[in-house]
Design a protein around this ligand. Sequence first.
Ligand code: MRU
Length: 377
Amino acid sequence: MNVTVRGRPQPFRTVSFDAATNSVRLIEQRLLPHEFKIIGTKNFRETARAITDMVVRGAGAIGATAAYGLAQGALAFRGRDQKKFSAHLELVYQTLAAARPTAVDPVNAMNDVRRELARGETVEEQQALALAAAEEFANEDVRHCEAIGRHGAKLIRAGMKILTHCNAGWLAFVDVGSATAPLYAAQAQGKKFHMFCDETRPRLQGATLTAWELAQQNISHEIIADNAAGHLMQRGEIDLVIVGSDRTLGRTGEVANKIGTYTKAVLAARHKTPFYVAIPLSTIDWNLKSGEKIPIEDRHENEVLGAWGAIANPLSESRPALSGRRVYIRVANPTSAARNPGFDVTPAELITGIITPAGIFKPPELWPHRHQLGYAD
Ligand code: MRU
C-alpha cells in the first residue's frame, strides 16, 4: 500500500527479501505511527527474533517472514553435503516456528517452502527453490487478500459504521490486509463509510497501526476504547464487525484472534450485529479438532502494566512529537503482577461468516468446502 514519505505517496510491502544481502526487509512496526522505518535482518536467528519481539506481527506478515527466514537460512548454508544441509534446515525451521505460537501461517508458509525445495536435487538447486517458494508465498498472500477484498466489499454499504479489532490490515500481511481488504475495495468502488478501531490493549495495534493505515488511505475513522463497543452497539452505532484471525480451524470454524475478539463477538451476537472474519487460506488449520487445543501465547506482564508511546508535545496535546523516541510508561500499581494472554478463541456459532479468497462461508461450511479452500489430502 502507499505510504506518504516526505510528502510523496510510495508503495511498500510489509515484508520483502533482499537477495543481494540475504536479508529479510521489514517495516519496524513498533515505531509506528510515530516513525516509518525499514530494517533488514542479517540471519535467520535475527528474523526469528524480529517475529518474537513484534518488529513484524500479524499472522500473514509473520507467515511471509518465516518463509523468507527459512530461505535466508537455506541460502546461508555453505557446502554440498545433503545430510548437513537437511539438519541445518530443520534447525532453521524449528527456530522460526517457535518464534510465536498462536498463528498457524508461519508453519503453513514454511511447509510450502520445504515442500518446494524438496524438488531440488543439489543443495544449490534447493536453495534457489526455497527463495522462489518464499516469494510465491508472499505473492499469494497479496492475491488472497485482494480476493478477500472482492468478496467482502459486497458486505459494505454506503454510510455503514464498521468496527474492527487489533490490526488485520496490510501491516499484518504482505500487503492489502484481510479485514481491511473489503474496506479498501469498497473505497475504490466509491462507497463512503466510517470505521471504529478498537484501541486493542495491551499493545494497542488498533490505536497505532490500524488507525495509521486508515489515515494513510483517507478512510474516515475513530479510535475507541476497547470497552466502548458495547455502548455503541446498544445505540445502533455499529452495523458490521470485521476482524482477522491467527488460526481458524477448518474442522470446526473456531477462530483464534487477538485477545478481546471473543468479547466483541459476544456483544455482536447480543445486538444482532453481523460479525465477519477475513482470512487468507494460510490461516486455516485443517488438523486441530478443537479450539481448546490452539496454543495461546502468554506475553510479558509489562505489556499490561504499562504502555509504549511517543513523548507528547506539551504545547499541543493532540499532536505527539514526531521524534520517533519510543518510551515505556508504567501505569499500574508498582507492586501488582499481571496476566497477559495474547489471543482468544471465538466459537463458530458467534460468527456470521468467514470471508476467504474463495468466497464467504458460514463456519460449518469450511470443512465441506475444504478442497476449494486448499486442503490437501
Ligand atoms: O499480536 P499480533 O499483533 O500479531 O496480533 C495480530 C492479530 O491478532 C490480528 O488480528 C491477526 O493476526 C489477524 S490478521 C493477520
